[in-house]
Design a protein around this ligand. Structure first.
Ligand code: HEM
Length: 460
């Protein structure tokens, strides 16, 4: 009998031990140029399973079979190593980042991070998120095109500095902002992706890109270490930021986290948190400006919920249609289009036999476009999320299983606040002849050319 997910029968087609076929190295370059087009082409040509090969890296076996996704998310974390698969993501985060750890170290560290991402903790950052949005929106030009993605990055960057690091914009806080901005400018550039290759990490002095990154990291680390010491001495009582939570956290044996572990987690949260959320908000704007009817309905809901008051934590849970707009955007434009798990032993996943050493890559983008799961899959229709509930194997923009994104609730909360604030303050218009395609920016895929739009409305 064929395996099923809900009422859908999944066709198994690959009982052999050979890897599924896939694109040539030349065709794979399109993953960098236009990742969504690349994935569509592979799915058309090869179906639910295909192998992507890049020299020097284990083969990536992509799957968009929901039965396989379920098995992967429920599978043994000792055999499915996400940390190993995440390695190519970053050079700055450090060896001890939870993104790169695997069981049992991963679980041990993730447990200590979790309390900082509970509902109450997140809600305590609502005003910081709103203020960051207000400051940026007030600075946007009116009546002329400007790229909105960098603006979204400025908002998420500022929010992470406040909510995760707990730094005000003064003295040391201002210095840290400047250094981190310079570091991420290097990382988020087109060439920055290459930093993840050890061969590119050559410190040829301050004039080389990696040399500049190393020097910036040294300065940032010095500021962070001094801050750790200060907060340990003065105490962190009454502070809601993630750094303070980590400084007071203890392993089961009562030991505090060493400075180098906290340092690596800080870089991780900064990188994993701000690029992804900013790129997603840019895609939301792209969907809204191309669908004024959806924009108007979202705006009407926001005005009705706010009822003339300033947006705060009490309003966020009431914006149901806005949440559906966010989800529908993450369905069609997932900024992380696939995740990965390195196989530590041979496994059969949804009847596909795979050898140890390959990386299996659940493809978020392709599962989100399966016509039997999502009728009229390319149509932007937020009502889908109001009318039916999704499973964690058919809708997973934040990944899944024991590795599901730690900041999912934080990100959704922030996106609701920023988009609500934006729609309550300005009208946004599409720029003629602009059509977005996805390009890589840091660890996320964002709309091309920064997504130019036109804002209309007063600055107050
Ligand atoms: C829209 C915004 C975001 C998206 C689309 C996103 C997406 C993801 C995805 C796909 C993963 C991999 C999950 C897996 O392998 O199954 C992940 C992991 C992670 N994300 Fe996010 N993320 C977002 C925002 C954030 C934020 C705001 C933070 C923190 C401030 C964050 C922190 C993390 C961390 C720490 C991990 C590693 C979790 C682990 O391995 O245990 N993310 N994220």
């Amino acid at each position: 009998m064929e395996p099923t997910v809900g009422s859908i029968t999944i066709k198994s087609f690959m009982p052999s031990s050979a890897l599924p076929p896939g694109p040539s190295l030349f065709a794979t370059f399109d993953f960098i140029r236009n990742p969504f087009r690349f994935l569509d082409t592979c799915a058309r040509r090869y179906g639910d399973w295909f192998t992507v090969r890049v020299p020097g890296v284990a083969p990536y076996v992509f799957t968009s079979d929901p039965a396989a996704i379920r098995e992967i998310f429920l599978g043994d974390p000792d055999a499915l190593h996400a940390g190993e698969a995440n390695r190519p993501l970053g050079a700055f985060m450090g060896e001890r980042s939870s993104l790169f750890l695997d069981a049992p170290e991963h679980l041990r560290q993730r447990r200590l991070l979790l309390p900082a991402f509970h509902g109450e903790q997140i809600a305590s950052h609502a005003d910081a998120m709103r203020d960051a949005a207000d400051n940026a929106i007030a600075s946007w030009p009116r009546g002329q095109a400007f790229p909105i993605h960098p603006q979204m990055r400025a908002i998420t960057f500022e929010t992470i500095i406040r909510a995760v690091f707990g730094f005000e914009n003064d003295g040391t806080g201002a210095e840290l902002r400047e250094l981190l901005k310079n570091l991420f400018a290097l990382y988020s550039s087109r060439l920055g992706t290459l930093f993840s290759l050890p061969a590119m990490q050559i410190d040829a002095g301050r004039w080389s890109r990696w040399g500049r990154a190393v020097r910036l990291m040294r300065q940032i680390d010095a500021i962070l270490c001094a801050e750790f010491a200060r907060r340990r001495k003065e105490g962190v009582e009454g502070r809601a930021d993630v750094l303070s939570t980590l400084l007071s956290a203890r392993y089961e044996d009562g030991q505090p986290l060493p400075d180098n572990v906290i340092r690596d987690e800080m870089y991780t949260l900064m990188l994993a948190g701000h690029e992804t959320t900013a790129a997603t908000m840019a895609w939301i704007v792209n969907r809204l400006v191309t669908r004024p009817d959806v924009m108007e309905r979202a705006r009407a809901e926001i005005f009705s919920v706010l009822d003339g008051k300033q947006l705060d934590a009490s309003h966020v849970g009431k914006m149901k249609y806005l949440e559906a707009v966010i989800n529908e955007t993450m369905r069609l434009d997932p900024v992380v289009p696939n995740i990965g798990r390195g196989l530590k032993r041979p496994m059969t996943i949804a009847r596909c036999q795979l050898p140890a050493g390959v990386t299996i890559a659940p493809c978020i983008y392709l599962v989100h476009r399966r016509p039997e799961l999502w009728p009229n899959p390319t149509q932007f229709n937020p009502d889908r999320f109001l009318e039916s509930r999704q499973t964690p194997y058919t809708f997973f923009p934040f990944g899944g299983g024991p590795r599901r994104c730690l900041g999912a609730a934080f990100a959704t909360y922030q996106m609701k606040i920023v988009i609500a604030e934006m729609l309550s303050r300005v009208e946004l218009k599409k720029v003629d002849r602009y059509e977005a395609h996805a390009i890589r920016r840091g660890i996320a895929f964002a709309p091309s050319d920064g997504l130019p739009v036109v804002a209309i409305g007063s600055r107050s």
